[in-house]
Design a protein around this ligand. Structure first.
Ligand SMILES: Cc1ncc(COP(=O)(O)O)c(C=O)c1O
Length: 376
């Protein structure tokens, strides 16, 4: 990759073909996929409904800008929003958070935002400035001002919320930051402090959303009602799409000319999103929850007791296996690749698993067995 910036340290193979929940590399090796392209391809690599929806759209028109009405945007927004919400379409998670950040400042007339250590919200200036990982921000200063970082799951954060604050942004399970579960009562305490002080609560569901944890959005399992939700990744199953979903009361702050994007809400990505959302039924989500039970039984009974494992976190099919520092997670990932399984890492030597939600129980257990063998 001579003419590509070295922003990623890449594994020495190219994944050239996908089928169901498997990927083939350019050397002819097939892998079971526990990554979903970092939480994106939740419906796998050959979902007929999504393929058909995209193929039909490709034959009609690919792109027309946001200067015209769009039935497809209406359709996806209807599926994403409740009666009191509106959507803004963009191309990625970082852009969805950028939109949320801009809207929160404009709607509140205030600038201060509280974000969390180990939180991850993206790589553009606004989203990066909200990201609680100094390694990611280093060298890019000056960053966007007036962002306060607090410790996740720490009551001290609740005390920081007052009427001078514009917004709080958080993930209910921090993904990149180590698959850290938010504590339910703490999250509700944050929400109450936001409500009491007129502070906008933004929940970043870029990684946790679209069924990953067994509900459409993970915050539903914590009885939360955010003012703004951001989504991306699995929403397009591999086509670039992001959405910022906000309460209708914010409409007057995001009028014509306030925010925009050329590609956001493009018809190809939206065609994929209609295919995704059409299949994200209560029955499908029940199926994810049932599979998750089998997976978590195996994790608790077979993997948690291993000497190399210090903890297991996550929810549904978003899983973090915390490995003793003696065994670098990069080595574990390489050995699993040799064994025909693709996995991910997260901060603090965490082996992160984000298998496609359509994977069968048998395949999930097959992958977990490989993990058990390597960690043993
Ligand atoms: C929680 C969260 N927010 C935002 C982002 C950024 O999304 P994108 O890479 O699509 O810009 C990510 C990406 O990993 C994420 O996990």
């Amino acid at each position: 990759m001579e003419h590509v910036f070295p922003t990623y340290s890449r594994f020495p193979f190219d994944l050239v073909n996908g089928h169901d929940v498997y990927l083939d590399d350019n050397h002819g090796k097939t892998y079971l996929d526990f990554t979903s392209g970092i939480g994106v391809c939740s419906f796998g690599y050959s979902n007929e409904i999504i393929q058909q929806s995209v193929e039909e759209q490709i034959k009609k028109v690919w792109h027309i800008s946001n200067l015209y009405e769009s039935e497809l945007q209406d359709k996806v927004a209807d599926q994403l929003c409740n009666d009191d919400q509106l959507a803004f379409f963009c191309n990625s998670g970082t852009e969805a958070n950028e939109a949320a950040f801009k809207l929160a400042r404009k709607a509140s007339g205030k600038s201060t935002v509280i974000a969390f250590n180990n939180g991850f919200h993206g790589r553009t200036y606004g989203s990066m400035s909200l990201t609680g990982n100094p390694d990611i921000r280093r060298g890019f200063e000056p960053l966007v001002p007036d962002i306060i970082f607090a410790d996740y799951n720490d009551d001290a954060a609740i005390n920081l919320i007052n009427s001078d604050v514009a917004a709080v942004i958080l993930e209910v399970i921090q993904g990149e930051g180590g698959v850290n579960n938010g504590n339910k009562s703490w999250l509700q305490g944050i929400q109450k402090a936001c409500h009491d002080n007129g502070v906008i609560l933004i929940i970043d569901e870029v990684q946790t959303g679209i069924g990953r944890t067994g509900t459409k959005f993970a915050f539903e399992q914590f009885n939360l009602d955010p003012d703004i939700i951001t989504s991306a990744k699995a929403l397009g199953n591999g086509t670039p799409i992001g959405a910022m979903i906000g309460k209708k009361k914010f409409a007057k702050f995001f009028g014509p000319g306030t925010h925009g994007t050329t590609f956001g809400g493009n018809k190809i990505s939206l065609a994929a999103a209609t295919g995704v959302l059409q299949q994200l039924t209560p029955e499908f989500l029940d199926g994810v929850q049932n599979k998750s039970k089998t997976v978590w039984d195996y994790l608790n009974n077979e993997i948690a007791p291993l000497n190399s494992v210090t903890d297991i976190s996550g929810l549904g099919l978003m899983i973090g296996i915390h490995i003793d520092d003696k065994f670098p997670v990069g080595d574990v990932i390489s050995q699993l690749q040799d064994a025909g399984l693709l996995t991910l890492s997260a901060k603090y030597n965490t082996l992160r698993l984000l298998p496609p939600l359509v994977m069968s129980e048998e395949e999930l257990l097959n992958g977990l067995e490989k993990i058990k063998l390597v960690l043993k």
